[in-house]
Design a protein around this ligand. Structure first.
Ligand code: HEM
Ligand code: HEM
Length: 187
């Protein structure tokens, strides 16, 4: 097989890095979000929220880089299965929904902060003040929506990961290998 066709058989190294770093930051942001209310009140909880926001900002930044990169270097074609076109359509819809949730969760997170009257700290470097006065009720609703969307993202990601593992272990195709670096020994 030529080098060119081998290269097209997997996502490019930057696309893989964006994907796996997103997995890491989503998992960390979600865990800290869920455990946040159990942290002792005061500076520890404040630090937890600060780290949570930075992790969320990393998710948003990675998404931006990833989408730009996807236009520069298109993704390899999807693996076909015996389930045919409906399965390909379902895969595309799940990917689209994952992208939509990767946008929506951080956006509603920022809205939640602003309704609480708190500034958004951009990576701990610059503070963007809230454009709105503090509103407890709106903060409560946006926090609920943020939480719901975050749970939906994690649930869909678990389904998506299960599908990738089923491709690998049951259908024994290259779907998962395409998202793994060649140095791991994947063909
Ligand atoms: C820029 C990005 C983000 C910002 C500004 C943000 C902001 C917030 C805020 C202000 C809260 C409420 C904290 C409180 O008052 O108790 C919160 C909670 C939470 N966040 Fe985020 N977040 C962001 C990204 C994310 C991401 C990427 C995830 C996970 C996928 C996530 C999952 C959660 C969860 C599960 C909660 C707990 C909600 C609850 O207990 O009601 N957030 N976030
Ligand atoms: C927060 C968790 C995750 C998110 C948000 C996520 C998101 C995505 C997105 C949006 C794509 C489409 C890439 C594109 O073509 O533009 C993708 C592809 C892929 N993901 Fe994930 N993913 C997550 C976790 C996982 C996990 C845990 C696994 C493996 C167990 C996995 C395996 C794959 C594979 C193999 C592909 C390539 C699919 C194909 O082209 O057939 N992902 N992921």
């Amino acid at each position: 097989m030529s080098d060119a066709s081998t290269a097209a058989l997997r996502y490019s190294p930057p696309a893989q890095a964006f994907h796996w770093l997103t997995v890491l930051f989503v998992a960390a942001a979600w865990t800290l979000g869920v455990l946040g209310d159990d942290l002792p009140k005061g500076s520890i909880r404040h630090m937890g929220e600060f780290v949570h926001v930075i992790l969320g900002e990393m998710v948003a930044l990675l998404l931006l880089l990833r989408v730009v990169w996807r236009f520069v270097t298109p993704a390899p074609a999807l693996e076909t299965t015996r389930f045919g076109a409906p399965a390909l359509l379902a895969t595309r819809l799940v990917h689209l929904a994952l992208y939509a949730l990767l946008v929506a969760v951080p956006v509603v997170g920022v809205v939640t902060l602003f309704h609480g009257g708190e500034p958004l700290s951009l990576f701990g470097v610059v503070d963007i003040p809230s454009p709105w006065p503090r509103n407890r009720e709106l903060k409560h609703y946006s926090k609920e929506i943020h939480e719901l969307l975050a749970h939906a993202l994690v649930l869909l990601a678990v389904l998506h990961a299960s599908a990738a593992l089923a491709h690998h272990y049951v259908m024994k195709d290259r779907a998962l290998k395409r998202m793994l670096p060649a140095f791991l020994g994947a063909d």
